[in-house]
Design a protein around this ligand. Structure first.
Ligand code: R5P
Length: 332
């Protein structure tokens, strides 16, 4: 099928340059030439060094740490620059959507920052959004423009299915992730256990209010089994560590973990490395500099998935069929 647009351009902010380059390699176009600078007054300036007039423009930006707020501003400013340069269509490609956990008003006088971010992305000029494994699917509804949410779970499924283990049990780190963990367990033909986690809110520390996970109970029998903890993201690693301790108490023989988004904040990588988890498998939706890598970490790339979807969007071909090709049916 032909494209509405003669040409495509792909630009990237500083959120995950290595991934943006891999995506461009996969699509077969050079990374667009843009200047992004932060002045001494901390204002961010963007200049597109090539024309985007009437072109099909993709702006890749993972909302990564450190300097998350800068990454958000870079995305918004890049979108604005594309809009003001008369791009034909602008797709914001956001491999990791930050603030996904602030998606509802679950206590008085709190914001819904995931919605605020969606509003800003639309106002800045995005005509559509492409993202991977949102923390909560309903964030799709915060956008009134087309939104394609891809899943990278099939990459993880294939990795573990290839091990051919017959004594593995999938462990969901909390009840909220239970449905997705059940689909994952079905896809690798394994049983499921669920850790019942509650977050305890702490106020008044010098770092401000924060929550810490506290595991209460395990639903399922892991005695003598290989346990595979599955989650959408590992941030501080607090949740995973609680689950590891619980599984060790319950007699698990070996413990493995995987997630899509390796946020690895505040010493998480070091904690995971020392945790006794035999292997941690993640994707590259977020950058993983050497300090966040260790021999027991395996990184699977989402570049082929995103590249293929970008080509389909550009050519006006259904994105859905990519999943019937690549995705295990149980992950629906
Ligand atoms: C929670 O609802 C999520 O699924 C993850 O379990 C959570 O984001 C992980 O955060 P942390 O690693 O800081 O415990």
């Amino acid at each position: 099928m032909g494209s509405r647009f003669d040409e495509m351009r792909i630009f990237s902010g500083n959120g995950n340059m290595p991934l943006a380059q891999l995506i461009c390699d996969r699509v077969g176009v050079p990374l667009g030439d843009a200047t992004i600078v932060k002045f001494t007054n901390e204002n961010i300036f963007v200049k597109l060094n090539e024309s985007v007039r009437e072109k099909d423009v993709f702006v890749i930006q993972s909302l990564s740490t450190p300097d998350l707020s800068d990454r958000i501003m870079e995305l918004l400013i890049l979108l604005d620059a594309c809009k003001r340069a008369s791009a034909g269509r602008i797709t914001a490609v956001i491999p990791y959507y930050a603030y996904g956990r602030t998606d509802k008003k679950d206590q008085p006088r709190v914001p819904i920052t995931a919605r605020l971010l969606a509003d800003m992305i639309q106002v800045a000029g995005a005509h559509q959004v492409l993202t991977i494994d949102l923390h909560a699917g309903q964030i799709q509804g915060f956008f009134s423009i087309p939104m394609d949410e891809l899943t990278a779970m099939h990459l993880l499924v294939r990795y573990w299915a290839d091990k051919g283990w017959d004594d593995v049990i999938v462990v969901s780190p909390d009840v909220g992730f239970g449905k997705r963990a059940r689909n994952f367990a079905e896809a690798i033909d394994a049983p499921l256990a669920i850790a019942e986690k509650r977050r305890v809110q702490h106020f008044g520390s010098h770092a401000g209010p924060h929550t810490s996970p506290e595991i209460l109970n395990l639903i399922g029998d892991v005695q003598g089994k290989r346990c595979l903890i599955v989650d959408d993201e590992i941030a501080t690693g607090g949740s995973i560590m609680e689950v590891v301790r619980l599984l060790q108490r319950e007699g698990a023989s070996e413990i493995y973990a995987c997630c899509v988004h390796a946020v690895f904040a505040g010493g998480a990588a070091e904690r995971l490395q020392k945790s006794g988890i035999r292997e941690v498998v993640v994707t590259d939706t977020l950058p993983l500099p050497p300090g966040k890598r260790w021999p027991g970490l395996t990184v699977l790339s989402v570049s082929t998935l995103i590249g293929e979807v970008i080509q389909r969007i550009h050519s006006g071909i259904s994105v859905d069929t990519i999943f019937t090709q690549h995705k295990h049916p149980a992950l629906g």
